[in-house]
Structure formats: C-alpha cells, structure tokens
Design a protein around this ligand. Structure first.
Ligand code: NIG
Ligand code: FE
Length: 436
C-alpha cells in the first residue's frame, strides 16, 4: 500500500481566504496544510483535526503575517520586444493613441520588433517581466500573443508564454490574440487576415499552445463581424473566448462576446447597458484595466456601479504591454482600481484572486485558500488586507508560495524571484488591530 505524501503545516498566519461569507474570508490565527501542490486543509490552527497531526512532516512559521491567495494577473501581453517610449512622448505632445496606430505605429511597431527577436531573446525578456510580477505575489498569469501577427511568430510567442510557466513554477494561461491588429502585409485586406488568424488556430491548439482566444474589437482593431469569425473558429475547437471590448468606442462587442459565453470582456470603458445585461446573463467577468486607462489619459470611466448592481464579477489586471500599460505592478493596478474606478479594497483583492480565477476558467482551483485548491499563497509584511490596495510602489510580499513551493522570499537570493527586494513597511507583523 502506498503511504500518502507527508503534509506541510504553514502556521502563525492571519488568513484572508477570499472564501466564505465573511469580509475577505477572514480567519485570524489560521493555518494551512499542503500536500505537494495542493491545499489539503485551511482553518483556525486550534481546530486542526487531531487525525491529521501525525501526518505532518514539516512545519513552517509564517511569522504571524497576513496571508492571501496568490495573486492572479489575468490580462497581460508579456511577450514582446522593443519599447514605445517615443510614442509616449508623441502622445504627451498631443497625438492620440488612435492617430499613432493609424499612422502605422502603435501595435505595429511592437510587431516589427517582436518579429526580429528570436525565441531565446523573447523568453529572456518575458521572464524578466514575469519575475517582477512574481516578486509582488503573482502566482498565476495570463499571457497573450498578438505581437507576431504571422503564424510562425504567434506560435513562437505562445511557446515563450508556456516557457515562462515552466521556468518559474507558476500557472500560466495562454491566449491567442492574432486578431490584435492588421499586419502591414495584409493592408487593405482585413477579411483575408481574419481568415488567416482562424486558420492558425487548429495547429496552435493541436500543439497545446492555447487556452483561450481573444480579439481587439474596436475602431483601430476589428469589426464585430470579423470578431465573430474568430470566435466561430475558437468555438469549433472548443476553446473559450474573451474580448478587448469597448476600450475606445462602443461596438457592442461585449454583448457579442457574452453570446459566446466569453470568460471576460476587458477594458469596457464604453460598455453599454445592453453589454452589461448580456455579461450578467452569461456569467462573463468584467476585466478592469485601470493602468491602461491612466496611461492613455482616458477620461471615460467603466460603468462600475452598474456592473456591481447587475452582479457582474469584476477582475483587475495589469494589462502589461509596451503601448498602453508598461507597468509591472498588480498592486498598483489594485490601487488605481480603487482611486480611479472606485472599487473598494476588498473588491480590488477579489479582482486579483477569486474573480480573476473565474476570468481564466480556474475558479475551482485558484484564487481562494480552501481545501482542494492549488497551494498558491503569499505572506505579506502587512497587517490588514485593505493595505494591499493602499500602499503603492512597495514590495510587501515576504514569501510567495506556488504549488506548495516557495518561489520568492524577500531579501533572499536563490529563489525564483530575481529582484530580492526588501520591503519598507513594518516587518514585525502582528495581528490586525481590527478584524476586517
Ligand atoms: O490591452 N487594446 C489593445 N491592446 C492592448 C494595447 C496594445 C498596444 O498598444 O501595444 C491593450 O491596451
Ligand atoms: Fe490588453
């Protein structure tokens, strides 16, 4: 008979489980039991079942810290070469994002740089970015293609995305975004390009490179009808869809995507009431990207209160990309979701845990501290979970655990996180003065 693998007890923690009915799923004086990459038990240390005690092989103290689920960045464009700093200057001098794109810059300039970079180079660049997110507590990452826009480079970018997950031991979900922009060789022939994008998908799927399919439905992207053709191809392969929708204008893309049971509609500053109702009916997540709103100096706010009232789950992501959101801080995105979009700190944390997991179809296994979920969690040099959306420009994660393994320990070399940064907030963590 096989002996079950030993359990590891992670104790001396105050847990924001994001599970259950209490605010933050709060569990003071809590503990976690992991077995391999899975959480086996979560609760108050005093209630640890006696029958499990003899099976504990290791005990690790989390030092009385706040512990949350590992953060989930559910919308990134992490694989690309080059930068768009000159375009930033042009925008500051008055050119709009759309004008730059129509003049052949924008996404196309990143496509040229990405096509010129080999796989090794792209992996090195993407790993450097992912390590920064990981050091901030991100243990699950969505990575889109969309800067290749030809069959070979799109596949290269998706392989690099898979390579990031393998190298860092974190969960990576890949999204095929061939319908991101029209590449120059298809100038004047957008329908032919969309046919090509649809034709690449079966091979990407057969090679295990794609978990979902996305498109950019907007004035400088593709029409609803072209988006529909991409979604039909995805659906024929059994792949879920999501959409860059209603970012610069209202195309009723969200309603279209919801009709395909989309995992999420992303950006949605120009979302209509019809779109909100369709998303609510389909269980589609509203993916808020406040750093892109900020960096493009947008003024049109997403309809957060209407989404809240309709019961649409709201996620928050970094949208990291060189054009509209060059930052690498999910905590800053949470802060901006509160300051700019008026989310509560608890909504912001739900947006990077439970609701972000739903946006990736991972709600059964990710984004909560609960038995049966993947053992992804973060011990923070913070006292109250609201502080996660409050501090910015700091690195409060003390220990990041992914799949039961410590992948980042602040200030220590040798862990997966490259930066080894320490935190400037109080490191002598102690129980919060007031329960959340
Ligand atoms: O999510 N809106 C389209 N895609 C990206 C930006 C891409 C770029 O400018 O390079 C976004 O904002
Ligand atoms: Fe995006």
């Amino acid at each position: 008979m096989n002996t079950p693998a030993p359990l590891t007890l992670w104790q001396h923690a105050h847990l924001a489980t994001m599970d259950g009915a209490t605010p933050y799923g709060w569990q003071p004086d809590g503990a976690l039991l992991t077995q391999g990459d899975t959480l086996r038990w979560v609760g108050a240390l005093a209630e640890l079942p006696a029958a499990l005690r003899p099976r504990i092989g290791h005990e690790i103290s989390l030092g009385g810290r706040l512990v949350t689920p590992g953060l989930i960045d559910a919308h990134t464009h992490l694989v690309y070469a080059g930068d768009r700093a000159l375009e930033f200057e042009q925008r500051l001098q008055g050119a709009s994002y759309e004008q730059i794109a129509r003049a052949g810059g924008g996404i196309r300039s990143t496509v040229a740089a990405t096509r010129a970079a080999d796989e090794q180079r792209l992996l090195a660049l993407a790993l450097g970015r992912a390590r920064q997110l990981l050091a901030e507590g991100v243990t699950t990452l969505e990575i889109k293609s969309g800067y290749g826009l030809d069959a070979a480079t799109e596949a290269r970018c998706l392989r690099v995305a898979r390579g990031v997950g393998q190298a860092l031991g974190i969960t990576v979900r890949t999204t095929s975004l061939g319908a991101h922009a029209l590449p120059p060789e298809f100038d004047g022939r957008p329908d032919d390009y969309i046919a090509a994008v649809a034709a690449w998908l079966p091979a990407q799927a057969a090679d295990g490179l794609v978990d979902a399919v996305d498109a950019f439905c907007d004035t400088i992207g593709f029409t609803p009808e072209q988006t529909r053709r991409v979604f039909d191809a995805a659906q024929a392969l059994g792949l879920p869809v999501k959409l860059h929708a209603e970012q610069l204008s209202n195309q009723e893309g969200a309603a279209l995507a919801a009709g395909y049971g989309a995992l999420s509609c992303d950006h949605i500053e120009h979302l209509s009431d019809r779109g909100i109702a369709a998303m609510a009916g389909a269980g589609t997540v509203a993916m808020l990207l406040p750093t892109a709103f900020y960096f493009l100096r947008d003024t049109r706010l997403p309809p957060v209160q209407a989404l809240r009232q309709a019961g649409v789950p709201m996620a928050v992501a970094s949208d990291h990309n060189p054009g509209s959101s060059p930052g690498l801080s999910l905590l800053l995105a949470m802060n901006m979701a509160c300051t700019l979009f008026r989310l509560t700190p608890e909504e912001a944390l739900a947006g990077t845990t439970v609701h972000a997991a739903r946006a990736l179809g991972l709600q059964a296994t990710h984004g909560r501290l609960a038995a049966g979920c993947r053992a992804d969690f973060v011990a923070w040099n913070l006292n109250h979970p609201a502080e996660l959306a409050y501090w910015f420009g700091q690195r409060p994660a003390q220990r990041v655990v992914a799949g039961g393994r410590t992948v980042h320990l602040a200030g220590e070399a040798g862990t997966t996180g490259a930066t080894g940064t320490t935190c400037t907030t109080d490191t002598d963590a102690h129980p919060p003065e007031t329960a959340p």
